[in-house]
Design a protein around this ligand. Structure first.
Ligand code: NAG
Ligand code: NAG
Ligand code: NAG
Ligand code: NAG
Ligand code: NAG
Ligand code: NAG
Ligand code: NAG
Ligand code: NAG
Ligand code: NAG
Ligand code: NAG
Length: 808
């Protein structure tokens, strides 16, 4: 016992009161009580302890925690009085003679009670699984802590119709927060945000049916449990395995203060809790996180960020959950005084006043202006019906800004204030003039620069994101640590750079041109006067050996339509990649800026197809790109396309391609093939599909970027484009030419080769077939486009014959 006391003393002293006068109990019987110094344990070497835990200042809560502290902090699993901490002095947790458990503080006020009663002898016992149980000598179970969880479920603790998990208020404040996990009336396990003003369910996603979310109210029971092997099962058929599935590690399922439901497993080696499952990897999809009238932005480097909408100001300077409030006066009776501000790539989930299908943008604006409570509108193209729908909003809540949202939102502001709002889309603004002019401006840190950089990253400079290749590369790691042997070294001048050299080339890393999960990209001029893009990978991403193994694979990919890597640097903790600089930015910007004539477009389509065909078939290993989109097609000074950013790619053995399962959806909404959605085998045809969408965008000029200066150019979801194109060109051969003319980007002013255009349309539509087997391979695409090329002269003469359908 002495040894035990010593052990407890040394491990608990940090946040428990002075323990030298404490007692250790293994159970409580009627009439006895615990004071602030006392601890209840289950066994001589207990996993859990129960007692009073300091929650700040002189405030204590009666709690259960993991006995072993991590970094001096205790991990709590349960609290009796999380919302009403007690004073440190004269506080007691007692088992009354009536059989009731009672927590009283100094003023003899009853803080918490178990509301139990029994005439027979009663014991409070603590079990090794963390359950605190009050039972009679006859074995009747009167009360147990497992029936009243706070924010944590332990293995084998049943979650039932009567239990809810409530998140903590913040990382340091244990009192009840805004997020709840509960069984809904229909038997589905849901997560709900219950904020000061607004309540909304955010898991499973409410826009998909519960059946599509893989849930169903199978039978009358509402029950869920995480077992000790890390398998979670619920009566609504939700189930998952933790990433470290198997018996052994201690685990806990926690509804975290940020609204994410996570399983943590204790990693004994590092002495820390590791997340081994979480319900969402997109923190901005969790509702209420930034309050009303604000935007949530997910920065790969910093994590989640909140910002007020233009014209709004933060309500409570220290707490985002209160959101933002208007910093303007809206005069409702005078419609002419309010206007709309367009915000790109923003979605506000829910709180629609109404829904108006197939109406014009003008009419949609009028609907909003006529209703005083209307705060803004979402005007969105419907894929299913092929027209625009209008959603006036009475609350701007769950605002999320992401390039994955093609649609803009229009917020209502007084006209006097509209003019004073400075560049609401600054971060997302694409300036056509100086898209990329090397080294013309120096990097200066502003509050929101990270945002701009984030966008630049996606927009301007593609990069080889190499982390994802690790799985494959670890297998092929056969290169020595000392350097790497690239057989293209001589041909391409591939070499190792010193850190000092790159620092100088990039002027002390002063001009940032991109930023992504893997690191920051800077512009630079090498000693031989070549413009280069220099990517600094995040520190500690990987060891030198892995890094070099990856480089040696990347440098073997060599094709004129793939971005070229010139070298690398691995010095100390620095990991840098050097690759060619693309003067003309990417296809998305060029389309948006109307820089592309017909010839350029055709060449980009062909070059991109060649690059992808090389990746799929010609190079040493199979490479799926998995994220083909205009932003990842860079253009050189001659507008030759170079495919970039293999961030989501995976190198696969040629033979294994058909049988390989991808565990997670990759790619960008709108460009993703149906296989991702329907969980079918992923093959090179997913890239063919995305390629088809890109080509359709080039033909029609429908970029994913709306011109915010012009209300009429509402952006269209890429997949909607397929439907639209098919609708518009279907019909008899007679008049086909004029129908095709009807879909072509008006900014080409009709200046294009009709027969090639026909082929391009044909090829693109084949590429976007729902059935992957009906799609051509990239090699076949190249052939179809090239075949046309070789007959160029023939075609020019023939095309003068007039409208004639061309068969492939
Ligand atoms: C703990 O209590 C003992 C006696 O009750 C006292 O002598 C000692 O100074 C206290 N230690 C601290 C750190 O308060
Ligand atoms: C305990 O947790 C707090 C808050 O999360 C943290 O700041 C601190 O570094 C941790 N460790 C110690 C020894 O307090
Ligand atoms: C407990 O004892 C009291 C008085 O002796 C009696 O009135 C009460 O009914 C008993 N309750 C139970 C549950 O036996
Ligand atoms: C914790 O949050 C609650 C609810 O917002 C608040 O009343 C309380 O003062 C907070 N406690 C601390 C220590 O900040
Ligand atoms: C409902 O399903 C659960 C788990 O699938 C099962 O354990 C339970 O017995 C079922 N209940 C009824 C009433 O069928
Ligand atoms: C909106 O305009 C009014 C009147 O000019 C002004 O008082 C207010 O500060 C403005 N609000 C913002 C956010 O600019
Ligand atoms: C802001 O929120 C904090 C924490 O919830 C609270 O303590 C504080 O009083 C609030 N401030 C204002 C001005 O409402
Ligand atoms: C949408 O509205 C337009 C103009 O009112 C009309 O011509 C068209 O038929 C409508 N589309 C559908 C699918 O109802
Ligand atoms: C880079 O920084 C060093 C000092 O860290 C300074 O001496 C040098 O002038 C800087 N170079 C440029 C181009 O700013
Ligand atoms: C792919 O995964 C699914 C479900 O996880 C599985 O049923 C199927 O057998 C897997 N296919 C291959 C080829 O491994």
């Amino acid at each position: 016992m002495a040894v035990l006391l010593l052990l407890l003393f040394s491990s608990l002293a940090l946040s428990l009161p002075n323990l030298s006068s404490s007692k250790i109990y293994t159970s409580l019987s009627k009439g006895s009580s615990l004071t602030i110094q006392d601890v209840l344990i289950s066994s001589p070497n207990p996993t859990f302890s129960a007692g009073f835990l300091n929650v700040g200042g002189n405030a204590y809560s009666f709690a259960i925690w993991f006995t072993e502290p991590l970094n001096g902090n205790f991990t709590t699993v349960w609290m009796a009085n999380r919302d009403q901490p007690v004073n440190g002095k004269h506080t007691k947790f007692s088992l009354q003679n009536s059989g009731n458990l009672l927590l009283t503080d100094a003023g003899q006020i009853n803080i918490w009670t178990s509301n139990t009663k029994s005439n027979s002898s009663v014991q409070l016992e603590f079990y090794e699984n963390g359950n605190l149980v009050l039972s009679t000598s006859e074995g009747e179970n009167l009360w147990q802590s497992f029936d009243f969880p706070t924010n944590t479920l332990l293995p084998d603790q049943l979650f039932t119709r009567n239990t809810i998990l409530v998140s903590s208020r913040s990382k340091t404040n244990h009192s009840s927060g805004f997020y709840k996990l509960y069984f809904d009336g229909d038997g589905i396990l849901r997560l709900r945000y219950e904020g000061p003003e607004i309540t909304s369910v955010y898991w499973p996603d409410t826009w998909i049916t519960t059946a599509n979310a893989g849930r169903t109210y199978s039978n009358g029971s509402k029950i869920a449990v995480l077992d000790s092997s890390g398998y979670f099962q619920s009566s609504d058929l939700l189930q998952f395995y933790t990433s470290d599935y198997g018996f052994g590690p201690q685990r806990r399922l926690v509804l975290d203060y940020d609204g994410n439901l996570r399983v943590y497993s204790l990693d004994k080696q590092s002495g820390s809790w590791q997340v081994t499952w979480q319900h969402s990897s997109e923190p901005c999809r969790i509702h209420g996180i930034c309050g009303a009238n604000s935007l949530c932005i997910n920065d790969p480097d910093v994590g989640r960020r909140c910002t007020c909408l233009p014209g709004y100001k933060m309500k409570n300077q220290t707490d985002w959950s209160y959101g933002c409030e208007p910093d303007f006066q809206l005069t409702c009776n005078d419609k002419s005084r309010s206007g709309f501000l367009q915000l790109l790539h923003v979605e506000f989930y829910g709180f629609d006043l109404s829904f108006f299908p197939n109406i014009t943008f003008e009419a949609c604006k009028n609907v909003c202006l006529n209703y005083c409570g209307c705060k803004g509108i979402q005007y969105r193209f419907s894929l299913d019906f092929g027209y625009y729908n209008c959603y006036p909003k009475n609350i701007l809540f769950n605002g999320y800004r992401s390039l994955n949202f093609p649609d803009p939102i229009f917020i209502r502001l007084p006209k006097v204030n509209l003019s004073t709002v400075e560049n609401p889309n600054e971060d997302f603004n694409l300036q056509c003039n100086d898209v990329i002019t090397p080294l013309d401006r120096t990097y200066k840190r502003k509050n929101q620069d990270w945002m701009k950089s984030f966008i630049w990253c996606t927009l301007a400079v593609g990069s080889f994101e190499i982390i994802c290749m690790l799985a494959y590369l670890l297998k092929t790691r056969r290169h020595s640590n000392s350097g790497i042997h690239c057989y293209l070294q001589v041909a391409t001048g591939f070499r190792k750079f010193s850190y000092a050299e790159l620092k100088k080339a990039s002027r002390n890393f002063s001009q940032e041109i991109g930023r992504g999960g893997g690191g920051v990209v800077y512009a630079g001029i090498l000693s031989d006067n070549r413009f280069a893009a220099i990517k600094c990978l995040k520190e500690a991403i990987q060891g030198e050996a892995e890094f070099l193994a990856e480089i040696s694979t990347i440098c073997r990919l060599n094709h004129m339509n793939l971005i070229e890597m010139w070298g690398y640097c691995a010095e100390g903790k620095h990991r840098l990649l050097v690759y060619e600089y693309m003067e003309n930015g990417n296809l998305a910007i060029s389309l948006y800026c109307n820089k592309l004539n017909w010839r350029k477009r055709f060449e980009i389509a062909l070059g991109t197809a060649r690059g992808l065909a090389y990746l799929h078939e010609e190079c040493l290993e199979w490479v799926l790109h998995c994220d083909v989109k205009p932003q990842n097609i860079l253009l050189d000074s001659n507008y030759q396309p170079k495919v970039a950013d293999f961030s989501l790619s995976k190198l696969l053995k040629r033979s294994g391609i058909e049988s390989t399962n991808f565990s997670k959806i990759r790619g960008t909404r709108g460009y993703m093939a149906p296989e991702w959605i329907f969980n079918l085998p992923i093959t090179s045809k997913v890239d063919v599909y995305s390629y088809g969408i890109v080509v359709l965008q080039m033909i029609t000029g429908w970029g994913s970027f709306g011109n915010h200066a012009n209300d009429n150019s509402i952006v269209m979801e890429p997949r909607g484009l397929v439907t639209w194109v098919k609708e518009n060109i279907k019909g008899p051969d007679i008049g086909r030419i004029s129908r095709i003319k009807g879909i072509v980007d008006p900014s080409m002013n009709g200046d294009f080769d009709m027969r090639r255009m026909e082929i391009l349309v044909e090829v693109a539509l084949k590429c976007v077939e729902e059935d992957k087997d009906a799609r051509p391979t990239m090699r076949q695409v190249v052939d179809m486009l090239l075949h046309q090329d070789s007959d160029d002269e023939f075609l020019i003469t023939k095309s003068s014959l007039g409208d004639k359908t061309l068969l492939l």
